[in-house]
Design a protein around this ligand. Structure first.
Ligand code: BG6
Length: 506
């Protein structure tokens, strides 16, 4: 069964199972996981027999855990207010285990509760472990699952691993080999929530369900590609995490590389998970490594200073909670990269991401080559001709638009860029499911298509490792700044200006 093919035509209901959430009292569980489970319940997509066990160190009884989760759902679910009938059916199968993740006793308690749930809810021994904890806990939790033999037994067992997947290539490799010593690859679901977004799944549909794009999806016709993930948000209360991560690790190495892989991959031979993932890996393997010399001229990293977002003054990164006063962590990154493949040779891909930028928005823009320098585009033409641009708006205002040139009505010849626009909201009306709904359902079904395979994670790190090392080595000299509320430092504009190009305005 494949979500890209069959999910569209018939609903998929997973087998009975127990979802075990490690880090159940954390932010992700509150904001995303429980609201997603509830939406699935609301839509009748959960298995007929289902239970949830939350595991965390916070003090809770089963009842107080349920109350806490109900509150979270009421606050963050897209189906509000909560429907009491749906909720009480879900809450009946909800339990809590309080304990330290490193303590074998926690797993003994978990085993007992699991057996009780399995019996009461007839979940057939099937378990989905969700690691929604700090990454430093991943190895210890999975080792404990192995020692307590929870990672084996009747039915199936799967593990969902949250990002970040490693801190660099070496740690990603180590984590892969650790996980693969306990679970089989088809039991490991490395999550990247961007892949659960409707508009991201639509990249493949746009490319391979339409006859007109694929023939021109190559260096003969494409001038360059821009991928932007801009956020007005700062780091909020995530200072501790962000100090270690920075913009490239937090967004580029994972989410943006996935967007890039979907844009750049060759058509898969079919829609089977491995066929799609094979092609994504091939695209990532073809990334041209940046040499030490190139890193300076092909990348920019920067940090925000104080500024204004929607007329409100916001502090500098160094003034944020739990951030070092002399931090050199980047909150903005831009990279120019090339893919050494027959299709993409010579086509630059420009990636940029930043916190506290002027506007929030994620989009991929494919710039086609300009029309030949004759007729309307002749050298002496009075109206310059622009590139045609196909823009995939991932969020907000999800949709696809095509910029083209048109004659302005009137007696004189005047040419202007106009836009053909498809918008999800107006075309389909209904709300799209949240990314976590899709991904949780897929993990319960056992479909890995929209999850990262071990080699994808490593390939992406292989590209970013040298860049991150070079940035670290040169931080105090090369880290530039930008005021919050702008589009990043001037160096980011220069990265494209040097190639006679400009970032698209969002
Ligand atoms: C997360 C990052 O993975 O993605 C955050 O850690 C970022 O820093 C978030 O804000 C963006 O996700 P979305 O779905 O809001 O684009």
């Amino acid at each position: 069964m494949n979500p890209l093919r069959e999910g569209l035509v018939r609903q998929r209901v997973p087998e009975p199972c127990t979802l075990v959430i490690f880090g159940a009292s954390g932010d992700l569980a509150h904001r995303k996981l429980l609201p997603a489970v509830y939406s699935l319940a609301h839509e009748g997509l959960l298995p007929p027999y289902f239970s949830i066990i939350g595991v965390a160190s916070t003090t809770h009884t089963d009842d107080s855990f349920r109350e806490d989760m109900k509150h979270a759902i009421n606050q963050f679910s897209r189906y509000r207010p909560i429907n009491e009938i749906v909720w009480s059916a879900l809450a009946r199968g909800m339990h809590y285990v309080q304990g330290n993740f490193n303590d074998p006793q926690t797993y003994k308690k978990l085993q007992l509760i699991f057996e009780q749930c399995d019996l009461e809810r007839r979940t057939g021994g099937n378990k989905l472990f969700y690691l929604s904890t700090a990454p430093s806990q991943f190895e210890s939790i999975t080792s404990q699952l192995k020692h307590s033999r929870l990672s084996e037994g009747q039915g199936w067992q799967r593990v969902v691993v949250e990002k970040p997947f490693g801190h660099d290539l070496a740690s990603a490799r180590e984590l892969n080999s650790h996980l693969r010593s306990i679970f089989a690859e088809n039991e490991i679901f490395r999550i990247d929530h961007y892949l659960g977004k409707e508009t991201v799944q639509n990249i493949l549909v746009l490319r391979f369900a339409n006859g007109i794009f694929e023939p021109i999806w190559k260096n003969n016709y494409i001038d360059h590609v821009q991928i932007t993930v801009a956020e007005t948000l700062g780091v909020g209360r995530r200072g501790v995490y962000y100090e270690e991560a920075g913009a490239a690790r937090d967004m580029m190495q994972n989410h943006m590389m996935q967007l890039l892989a979907l844009v750049a991959m060759e058509p898969p031979v079919n829609l089977q998970p491995e066929s799609i993932r094979d092609e994504k890996v091939k695209a990532l393997r073809a990334l041209h490594p940046l040499s030490e010399k190139d890193i300076g001229s092909s990348s920019v990293h920067a940090q925000y200073t104080a500024g204004y977002i929607q007329n409100e003054r916001v502090p500098s990164y160094r003034e944020e909670e739990k951030v070092s006063r002399d931090s050199t962590t980047e909150t903005f990154a831009a990279v120019r990269l090339f893919i050494d493949s027959w299709r993409w040779a010579g086509v630059p891909f420009y990636l940029r991401h930043g916190k506290r930028l002027a506007k929030s928005g994620t989009e991929i823009s494919v710039f086609f080559k300009k029309s030949p320098g004759v007729l309307f585009n002749a050298a002496d033409s009075e109206t310059p001709i622009e590139n045609n641009v196909l823009t995939l708006r991932i969020q907000p205002n999800e949709g696809v638009s095509l910029r083209m040139e048109a004659k302005v009505p009137g007696q004189v010849l005047q040419i202007q860029s106009v836009k053909m626009d498809f918008q999800y909201g107006t075309e389909f009306g209904s709300d799209s499911p949240e990314a976590y709904e899709r991904l949780l359902l897929d993990a319960m079904i056992g479909d890995p298509t929209l999850f990262i395979r071990h080699d994808e994670a490593e390939q992406s790190w292989m590209f970013f490792d040298p860049i991150l090392q070079a940035w670290k080595a040169s931080d105090s000299q090369n880290l530039v700044t930008y005021p919050a509320g702008t589009w990043g430092p001037p160096e980011s504009e220069q990265l494209l200006a040097g190639d006679n190009r400009k970032w698209r305005r969002l």
